[in-house]
Design a protein around this ligand. Structure first.
Ligand SMILES: Cc1cc2nc3c(=O)[nH]c(=O)nc-3n(C[C@H](O)[C@H](O)[C@H](O)COP(=O)(O)OP(=O)(O)OC[C@H]3O[C@@H](n4cnc5c(N)ncnc54)[C@H](O)[C@@H]3O)c2cc1C
Length: 373
């Protein structure tokens, strides 16, 4: 049996006996694949074994679930994974390419090219500590791991802020995560909540077929100056500084602003981006504004972002009273209270470029810590 085949041997499915392994990487999106690539290139001792566990049905991380109108030209930009260019796997020369098709194609080609030991669809339900090792429970058995690289992204943790009356609303409430196509809202009265890029993209599409109202807590931070690498670095530095102090990561858009695109200019000209301050409460038929006026809606679409999907790590009690996790290490991927755990794609590495670099740092630091080199 080759090293890769042996690392694909499932954990013991029925018995509670755990299969011993050195590292479990949880998640096979950009962050997990980058980590796995670097683990495969570090020159680990021959007996060392690691596995990548991914709950999704196919390669692509969260990209496989994104709405069909999200194309490579409407996303911010998907950075190449280390060792293989996007263009080597996807032909982008023939017009618009759907992100939900192209990225899975790229990640699939990547996994095959580097023979990464990915097991899917396998979900990690919980990770807890058992002496020297972690007990990683999955729906396909249990692993006893010496180290964890967690790369589970945010898609599984949509965030809807609590507002009074939300449970009374008789219409439909959904989150960005549920969005597929604007046609589903044709002719309806839609309230879009949220001031980020996704809110604006969905508002732009829905406002062409429905009556939309847009609310945000703060004035949206549009930027009409170019998005330079310095702006990007400043945003990442801000988030890194927060997680190194144990604070929740915070919003990158608050630093970078929302770049004004031709689509945004056109939506503005149509009056689709006339933003209102937040409503006072949600009612059975819509919302009540601060001046007491009621307005009816058929749909409330919460484009209010995502949080890190870390519930399966709850028994490890990584979070402090602020809800943050104190991070350390070269690129702030290492959990300060337990150096055997790295979080990649969390905080400053929650972008395709950040996940790439962080995967390299996490792989090396964890291998060194566990003396696997
Ligand atoms: C609408 C939208 C557009 C975006 N556009 C951009 C962009 O243009 N450029 C950019 O750099 N970033 C963008 N981002 C951010 C982007 O999601 C990240 O940059 C990056 O793709 C996330 O990679 P990841 O590996 O951290 O997470 P994901 O791609 O979410 O991968 C996580 C993987 O972990 C798996 N997983 C989760 N929980 C478990 C579990 N318990 N057990 C097993 N497996 C699990 C999931 O199935 C998934 O395959 C966007 C985000 C959103 C929501």
């Amino acid at each position: 049996m080759t090293e890769i085949e042996s690392s694909l041997v499932p954990a013991d499915t029925h018995a509670r006996v755990a299969r011993k392994i050195d590292i479990v990487v949880i998640g096979a999106g950009q962050a997990g694949l980058s980590s796995a690539y670097h683990l495969s290139r570090l020159g680990l001792s021959p007996h060392v074994q690691y596995v990548v566990i991914d709950r999704s049905p196919q390669p692509g991380g969260a990209w496989q679930f994104r709405w069909p109108s999200l194309t490579l030209s409407t996303v911010n930009g998907i950075h190449d994974l280390p060792g293989m260019k996007f263009a080597e796997a996807v032909d982008t020369s023939k017009g618009e390419v759907h992100a939900a098709v192209a990225v899975p194609q790229y990640y699939g080609a990547y996994e095959r090219a580097f023979e990464l030991p990915v097991r899917r669809p396998v979900a990690v339900s919980v990770v807890c500590e058992r002496g020297e090792r972690f007990r990683v429970e999955t729906d396909a058995g249990v692993y006893a791991a010496r180290g964890i690289i967690n790369a589970t992204g945010t898609w599984e943790a949509p965030y809807i802020p609590p507002y009074p009356g939300a449970e009374l609303f008789k219409g439909r409430q959904l989150h960005t995560k549920d969005y597929q196509t604007a046609d589903a809202f044709a002719g309806q009265r839609v309230l879009v909540v949220g001031g980020g890029i996704s809110a604006i993209q969905l508002l732009d599409e829905i406002s062409k077929v429905a009556s939309t109202t847009w609310v945000t807590r703060e004035e949206p931070a549009f930027r009409d100056t170019p998005f330079t690498p310095e702006v990007g670095r400043a945003a990442v530095a801000m988030v890194e500084e927060r997680v190194r102090r144990g604070l929740p990561p915070g919003s990158v858009v608050s630093v970078t602003g929302i770049p004004i695109t031709p689509a945004i200019l056109a939506a503005r000209a149509r009056g689709a981006l006339d933003r209102q301050p937040m409503f006072a409460e949600i009612t059975a038929s819509g919302v009540r504004w601060p001046d007491g006026r009621e307005q009816a809606f058929d749909v409330i679409l919460w484009s209010t972002g995502f949080r890190s999907a870390l519930d399966h790590l709850a028994p490890l009690q990584l979070r402090n009273a602020d809800g943050g996790i104190l991070m350390t290490g070269r690129l702030a991927t290492q959990v300060a209270n337990d150096p055997r755990i790295h979080l990649v794609g969390y905080g400053p590495s929650a972008s395709t470029i950040g996940a790439n670099r962080a995967g390299g740092a996490a792989a090396r630091e964890l291998a060194e810590h566990l003396q696997l080199l």
